[in-house]
Ligand binder design. Structure first.
Ligand SMILES: NC(=O)C1=CN([C@@H]2O[C@H](COP(=O)(O)OP(=O)(O)OC[C@H]3O[C@@H](n4cnc5c(N)ncnc54)[C@H](OP(=O)(O)O)[C@@H]3O)[C@@H](O)[C@H]2O)C=CC1
Ligand SMILES: O=C(O)CCC(=O)C(=O)O
Length: 409
């Protein structure tokens, strides 16, 4: 099943609950604009390399469109469309004044030199600068991109449109970034994990956790859960995972990965595969890397009581049904990982006001939005006797649907 078909399965389930008409469903499912561009650069060795870049603008009924940029070899039009639609429901769920978009380039960023990465980024912006902008569509980091890439985006955009730091979020602190954006997605995931455990009457202190992916989201999730007293026993990256029944020393692992670029070989842990990580004997499983990793093939082997979707789209619908039957609580991506876009919104607000907030303010506003959103979704799920995913979509789709009707087409 393609990524967008998967995303639509979840959309369809919730729109039946909301009672959306067929015509309205068609309108909300259909992206406003899909852009596909050639991104050609000269590599350091003088050869020409050609990549394909995408930006999908899914819905703008609640405000400018917002969503990250992914640089990864598996990026394609279908995946970017699916991720853009998730952004529409996510921004509505946390009630920030945006629509949804997503972009990406099908490229292995790890195989490019810093100069090549910069040329790819600038060339992409040359091709899409006229469809993005602070009041149109605002990119941000996702897999394979970071604050440096956002700085190049801002600089390239400004060559066409003049000074306007609100054109992109997730920028470095020295270039109008928000203190607290880099950690925000992981902090939000950790807050939501604690909220979910509270509702399940499980103490976060000492709870066992496995996290797939140790990049921006995975490492900050581990950092904050470790601060809350959880025992992170397994983590992984693309090259494999590590396990320690006694709990991994997360601050030391973060230092270790800064030096080595990977989790493997970390002292006092045993090597495991990514598949073994997913099925390890833990209370909480947190996919924080690629989509589509929880499937009908492995769902019955998952031993966690609770899955917190830090990654976008990690669970295929068949696996979701198995989890529901088996009583595994799944906190969906559009709620669990909404901390990143929420602090992107704070960054955009600060840029537009030319006034920066203290990190303590960013954190407390983020924590409030994450906690309130979780409570609302939990209540809808309880009242309507639906899964947390359907409840989250009901909230998001309901808000987008009402805005669309009020605004007219
Ligand atoms: N950044 C953000 O603010 C947000 C991100 N997300 C989602 O979170 C997820 C992770 O994003 P982010 O942390 O930013 O990305 P990063 O690029 O910072 O990190 C990605 C991590 O995933 C690992 N990884 C890649 N491929 C695999 C694989 N096949 N198996 C296991 N691990 C793998 C990478 O390992 P290696 O380093 O070895 O390649 C790395 O540890 C994505 O789904 C993204 O859409 C959601 C909301 C916001
Ligand atoms: O920070 C943002 O604007 C977008 C983050 C993102 O891409 C996501 O939530 O999936």
């Amino acid at each position: 099943m393609g990524s967008y078909e998967t995303a639509c399965r979840y959309f369809d389930q919730a729109s039946r609950q909301v009672g959306l008409s067929r015509n309205m469903q068609d309108l909300l499912r259909t992206p406003e604009r899909e852009v596909k561009v050639e991104v050609a650069i000269e590599r350091d060795n003088g050869e020409i390399a050609t990549y394909i870049g995408y930006r999908v603008q899914h819905d703008s009924s609640r405000g400018p469109m917002k969503g990250g940029l992914r640089f990864h070899p598996e990026v394609d039009a279908d995946e970017v469309l699916a991720l853009a639609s998730l952004m529409t429901w996510k921004t509505a769920l946390v009630n920030i004044p945006y629509g949804g978009a997503k972009g990406g380039i099908s490229v292995n960023a790890g195989q490019l030199s810093p100069g090549e990465l910069e040329r790819v980024t600038r060339k992409f912006i040359d091709k899409i600068y006229d469809v993005i902008g602070p009041l149109k569509d605002i990119p941000a980091p996702d897999m394979g991109t970071n604050a440096q890439v956002m700085a190049w985006i801002m600089n390239q955009y400004e060559k066409y449109r003049g000074f306007n730091p609100a054109c992109v979020t997730g920028k470095p602190l020295e270039l109008h970034g928000a203190d607290g954006r880099e950690e925000a997605t992981g902090r939000g995931v950790a807050m939501i994990t604690r909220d979910a455990l509270d509702h399940l009457k499980i103490d976060v202190a000492g709870v066992t956790v496995a996290i797939q992916g140790f990049g921006n989201v995975g490492s900050y999730t581990a950092h904050f859960l470790d601060e809350f007293g959880a025992k992170v026993v397994a983590v992984s990256d693309a090259s494999g995972g590590i396990y320690s029944a006694d709990g991994i020393n997360i601050p030391k692992l973060i230092e270790y990965t800064k030096d080595t670029g990977a989790v493997k070989g970390f002292p006092e842990t045993e090597a495991i595969s990514n598949e073994e990580l997913l099925t390890s004997n833990v209370t909480v499983l947190i996919p924080a890397a690629l989509g589509g990793v929880l499937t009908s093939e492995n769902a019955r082997d998952i031993r966690a009581k609770c899955i917190i979707e830090a990654a976008n789209n990690p669970t295929e619908p068949e696996a979701d049904e198995i989890f529901e039957k088996n009583g595994v609580v799944v906190v969906p991506d559009i709620l669990a990982n909404a901390g990143g876009v929420t602090v992107s919104y704070f960054e955009w607000v600060q840029n537009r006001q030319h006034f920066s907030w203290e990190k303590s303010r960013v954190r407390s506003e983020l924590d409030r939005i994450m906690n309130d959103s979780f409570e609302l979704v939990w209540k809808i799920a309880t009242d309507k006797k639906v899964s947390l995913r359907v409840a989250a979509y009901i909230l998001g789709i309901g808000r987008v649907g009402r805005a669309t009707v009020l605004g007219g087409i």
